[in-house]
Design a protein around this ligand. Structure first.
Ligand SMILES: [Zn+2]
Ligand SMILES: [Zn+2]
Length: 296
């Protein structure tokens, strides 16, 4: 449940945290302060997380990114390994990790069949079959959000026709046209003997699986995990500083980076309860921290 602004502010103003007096510093200064001289030893994780966040009207924000947030939490865990005091109250019975729960296949509601994988997730086992012409098959690997796996997609593409130049002249010679004609002929006559069978594998439920800390934080985060940055400025195009000088493309094509900003609808105390839930999934805190991508 999202917390109201007043709930977020109430906690924000509570002076029971021993470093409350130092709140004037920037978020970065507060973070540096906590991550030195055993300053977090004996402190609630909830209090520490609340100390390094921004508070908005209805949301709170951290400037660490998921990876930085994990570093911070692990730092706290090392400091407090003998006595992990997550928050002032234990999570209630109904407090649950952000599991996936669907009644129907999220890719296609008509899909039939379920299968339980080794990790305890319930997946769609719908099978589909494609028959493609072998000489014209192309494939690429992509990340599939529904199944949370890297998958290989195969598709068929027609031969590409020679095209006109911008000025309307036809740049190719007869030989090229002839070759294209032959390819088209082959395309129309080839049997679709290349059979691709795909299983959907979309996740319907992962309630019986162990979620990694990274996965939990990502699901609770309202911001995009990655963003595209351009060299030099935020939006405008300009020379790229990361490409080789010999490279013809001088304009920055944009680079994908982890977004440093994560946003939640609850305060640091609630975030600490989620971290506690993550930790308690497996005895002795053996639940994995980072996600491993499955390859189908
Ligand atoms: Zn499906
Ligand atoms: Zn660049």
């Amino acid at each position: 449940m999202p917390h109201t602004a007043s709930q977020i502010f109430k906690k924000w103003m509570e002076p029971d945290f021993k470093f409350f007096v130092n709140r004037e510093g920037s978020i970065e200064e507060r973070m540096k302060f906590l991550m030195q001289n055993n300053n977090m030893k004996g402190e609630y994780l909830g209090a520490c997380l609340d100390y390094i966040r921004w508070g908005g009207q209805t949301t709170v924000m951290y400037e660490l990114g998921t990876t930085g947030l994990i570093d911070f939490i692990q730092y706290w865990m090392r400091e407090n390994k003998d006595n992990l005091i997550w928050a002032d109250k234990a999570p209630s019975e109904r407090f649950a990790l952000p599991y996936i729960k669907h009644d129907k296949c999220p890719r296609n509601g008509e899909h039939k069949g379920l299968v339980r994988d080794l990790g305890g997730r319930i997946r769609c086992s719908h099978k589909s079959k494609k028959e493609l012409k072998p000489s014209f098959v192309h494939s690429y690997t992509t990340f599939d959000e529904f199944s949370d796996m890297k998958i290989t997609e195969s598709f068929q593409s027609e031969p590409i026709a020679p095209s006109y130049d911008e000025d309307g002249s036809f740049p190719c010679d007869n030989k090229e046209l002839e070759a294209y004609g032959k390819e088209m002929d082959k395309f129309y006559h080839e049997e679709p003997s290349f059979v691709v069978e795909d299983i959907c594998y979309a996740i319907l439920s992962d309630e019986n699986s162990v979620l990694s800390l990274e996965r939990i934080l990502d699901r609770l985060n309202l911001e995009l995990k990655y963003r595209t940055v351009y060299c030099g400025s935020r939006y405008a195009f300009g020379p790229c500083k990361r490409l080789n000088e010999s490279d013809e493309q001088r304009n920055c094509p944009g680079h994908t980076e982890e977004n440093k900003i994560t946003v939640h609808t609850f305060d640091g105390w609630t975030l600490a309860r989620y971290v506690q839930k993550w930790y308690e999934q497996v005895d002795n805190g053996q639940a994995s921290v980072f996600e491993k991508t499955i390859q189908a």
